[in-house]
Design a protein around this ligand. Structure first.
Ligand code: HEM
Length: 534
């Protein structure tokens, strides 16, 4: 027993160090891990009444699960720094029919790893699995989880979803932000052209991140988004949110800790702090919108703040709820779109044949000499669409989707998943499964072209081995917004420039090491030399 507790302590220590890398000395971290372990063991002892073998426990115990479970931390020690990879390997060994149960700390979590199990969860029983587990951090950052992504399934969420799909992210609205997208595209192309003239490299990671951030800031808060460096501040705050939401949060796996006020105060202090900073900034932005006269709008398209204020009464939205939607829209859209953009360029650089073919398509279809390629020029670019689809297959920004939660007992293929179980759908594993994909590790856009093995597939949630945006009620409502941005930017990058690896990367190639947070992203910067073609 002492040996297993020691192992649990060691793993807890690693996890705490990961969560609080800069704030704790080794001694303080070891002490914190010991305190957490003692508290958890005590709480477990106190809670170990006959009710622990409830009907729910009995159902859980029938689900396929790895045998090596430690006290307190459960299977957490089996999950490495790239959870989607560990989960795929564990499921191959211990899963049955695409289902596997892991005890992540105190939280039973079902991992879905086959298209048929994904279909059962996201389509057949979608209504049962459409809720979200509680997250102490999300609760602070999103004003009591009152945002569309983390709010539990129910009437309130339905209203938010309606606002998103009928007011904020309709095709018409997405088209109306076109001017903002093209303006930001122009800024980026100009910067790259300057570098090309000077024969220097560009940090494309940074440029694309900035582009994506600015397009969203513009959509959310209109023309004033750059005043007083607000776009930079919004980006900084967004990055802090991502780090907090994506880190290993002890309180998510040991919810009992989040209930202890003193522990909550310590663990959630950073989230409180960033929420305060968001609140100040959003109050200013909302106030500026409220006090702006119609005559000052100068024909400008209404932004997310205008839209939310205009439907406030109709949907009975509180001020906090409006702020929660603004924070989540920036969070949900910016990072995901930037990651896809960067990976498209990474894959094009790693596959010169594909880059050449894409350039040929783009430069044949679009007349020479355009200052900027607009969204009108994109129809008919079938290889471009195939390149983006293939990038989304290999590099889903959210490899485990956002966690789902069951709200009733539900039978799937002979197993019963009890109510209140957290469910992760490993779409990364589904999209690389050799049972469903030919040469799954290869970047082959042709598979999505006419005559290819995946020609009929789209990302609209109908093909359960290919779900980069999820499927069902909780599916991403921002696909059109994202596609408008990604297609436009990639086309401009390959239309205007030829690309070479920067000298720093020329010898060693592009490092594909990734980190997992809320989203999955590369660690190293993409440094490239742009060349203006003759
Ligand atoms: C390439 C870019 C994007 C990718 C890959 C992506 C992917 C996803 C995924 C996987 C989910 C979770 C689905 C689930 O839990 O089952 C999601 C949810 C969501 N996405 Fe996106 N997304 C992208 C862009 C956007 C954009 C541009 C917006 C908004 C402007 C957006 C807004 C949302 C919202 C609001 C949700 C939560 C829906 C809900 O819980 O009801 N996303 N997205």
């Amino acid at each position: 027993m002492a040996q297993v507790l020691l192992q649990a302590h060691h793993r807890l220590l690693e996890l705490l160090r990961h969560q609080y890398p800069t704030t704790s000395s080794p001694q303080a971290a070891a002490l914190a891990a010991s305190v957490v372990l003692v508290v958890l063991v005590l709480v477990r002892r106190l809670a170990a009444t006959p009710s622990t073998t409830t009907a729910r426990e009995q159902l859980l115990s029938r689900l396929p699960s790895p045998p090596s479970r430690l006290p307190v931390i459960g299977h957490l020690h089996l999950v490495g720094s790239l959870p989607h990879v560990s989960l795929r390997d564990l499921a191959a060994k211990h899963g049955r029919r695409g289902l596997m149960l892991l005890r992540l700390g105190a939280v039973p979590t079902v991992i879905i790893s086959s298209p048929s199990a994904a279909q059962a969860v996201l389509r057949t029983h979608d209504h049962v699995f459409a809720s979200r587990p509680y997250s102490a951090i999300a609760d602070i950052i999103f004003y009591g989880s009152s945002d569309i992504v983390f709010s539990p399934y129910g009437e309130y969420w339905r209203q938010l979803r309606k606002i998103a799909t009928t007011h904020l992210l309709t095709n018409k609205k997405v088209r109306s932000y076109r001017h903002a997208r093209e303006q930001e595209t122009m800024l980026l192309v100009t910067k790259v052209r300057e570098a090309a003239m000077a024969h220097t490299s560009v940090d494309l990671t940074e440029l694309l991140n900035e582009f994506s951030n600015d397009v969203f800031c513009h959509a959310v808060s209109g023309k004033i988004f750059k005043e007083e460096g607000r776009n930079r501040l919004l980006r900084e705050l967004g990055e802090i949110n991502s780090a907090l939401l994506g880190g290993f949060n002890v309180e998510d796996y040991f919810p009992v800790l989040a209930k202890l006020d003193i522990v909550k105060r310590i663990l959630c202090a950073k989230a409180q702090d960033v929420n305060k900073r968001w609140d100040e900034l959003l109050n200013k932005l909302i106030h500026a919108h409220e006090s702006r006269l119609v005559s000052e709008r100068d024909g400008e398209e209404s932004d997310f703040i205008d839209v939310l204020l205009s439907v406030q009464q109709e949907y009975n939205l509180t001020r906090d709820s409006i702020k929660a939607q603004l924070v989540i829209m920036l969070e949900a859209g910016t990072d995901t779109s930037f990651i896809v953009l960067e990976y498209v360029m990474v894959e094009l650089m790693r596959n010169p044949r594909v880059l050449a073919k894409l350039q040929s398509e783009v430069r044949t279809a679009i007349p020479k000499g355009k200052e900027i390629v607009t969204e009108d020029d994109l129809s008919g670019l079938t290889y471009l669409k195939a390149v983006i689809k293939e990038t989304l297959r290999l590099h889903a920004s959210a490899p485990l989707l956002v966690p789902h939660l069951s709200t009733a007992d539900c039978d799937i293929d002979g197993y019963t998943i009890p109510s209140g179980t957290r469910v992760l759908i490993n779409i990364w594993a589904l999209a690389r499964d050799p049972n469903y994909w030919e040469s799954p590790e290869e970047f082959m856009p042709e598979r999505f072209m006419e005559g290819g093995s995946a020609a009929h597939m789209d990302f609209k949630g109908n093909d359960f081995s290919y779900l980069p945006f999820g499927s069902g009620r909780r599916m991403c409502p921002g696909i059109n917004f994202a596609m408008g941005m990604i297609e436009g930017m990639v086309t401009n990058l390959v239309y205007h420039f030829n690309w070479e690896l920067a000298p720093e990367l020329a010898d060693k190639g592009i490092d594909m090491t990734e980190s997992f947070g809320v989203t999955l992203h590369r660690n190293e910067k993409l440094l490239l030399v742009p060349v203006v073609p003759h």
